[in-house]
Design a protein. Sequence first.
Length: 376
Amino acid sequence: MIRSLTGWRYVFAVVIFLHHYLIDGKSALQAGGVIGVTFFFMLSGFLLAYGYKKRLLTREMTTCDFWKARVVKLYPLHLLCFAAIFLLGIRSFAMTDLPKAALNLLLLQSWVPLSDYYMSYNAVSWFLSDELFFYLMFPFVLPVLLNSSGKKIAVGAGIFAILYSTAAALIPLDHYHAYFYINPLFRFADFVFGIPVFRIFDQRRQATGGHASRAEAGAILLIVATFILFDYIPKPYHYCSIIFWGPVAILIYTFTISSFSVIYPPPSASRETHCVLPKSTGARKRRKPLQNRTGGIFSQGLSCRAIQLFGEASFCFYLIHQQAILVGRTFAAKASLDTDNLPALLVFLVLTTLSSVACLKWIERPITRWLKRKLT
């Protein structure tokens, strides 16, 4: 587990929450949806490569076992949220909606470029539809991206850039949301880009670190600048996530490498800080690390117990947050309470966070453990 990235999961889940929370009919953070989703797709590719590289490449884990593990992660909570749409009275079922319901239940809705389909029922589940496709493809793309030469990857990236640019020129602007933001084939690029980021990290994971806090601050400032500059990008191009790959990749890489690097003493340090091998072996002296790094001050802040818990619950948070806003605002309206303000937003955020932690502890983890026992 990379603790700082677990912390960032909660931060970007909140960013997406702010995107969906409307104040006076406007998103509290317009850039939150696009940049937040880009982060999660790229992080997914990075973490899967980090966690499954050895097991899949050495065939310690079969492709089918990998798929089972990922389906167990996706489906239980998705099905519960789907049922909650009806139990909470958010929507009633009609036979004419059967095709939409079937595609949604099977997590295939994001392949249909119609908002009535990909935003049906629990609208945010389109993200899971994309993830399911990524999981199916991951065992096949992982060895290619980790074993191919840098030259081949660069050529592939160039071909992709040409195809992406061609699609951007040919697809009508009012279809950008359906294709560039939702469609799994286009968003697959976000996921795939996370794997080369892991490859670069994997080659440097033992690098010496001396200025972790400054590097982390720089990565955070770059992300903040991306949010600020977002409003200056023409609206249709908001959905072209390729614009945000650089800042997001730098954030993920910086916080990961700072957590794995080590501090070595200077060459002039005293002999007590060195590990001296016997002269009879003919070996050279090796410098012993003064300490293992846990990252800079930002990583340490993100690694506190509460943020870690919220980060672990970020999947639950993401799936329930839109329903929580809808139901909460319905009850608030019946009580004549105004929710178009910052205090109400903060109350909704706190309640959604606490609900996601409860969901993690009492629903997601028990169901996941039970299904894993049944499937193994």
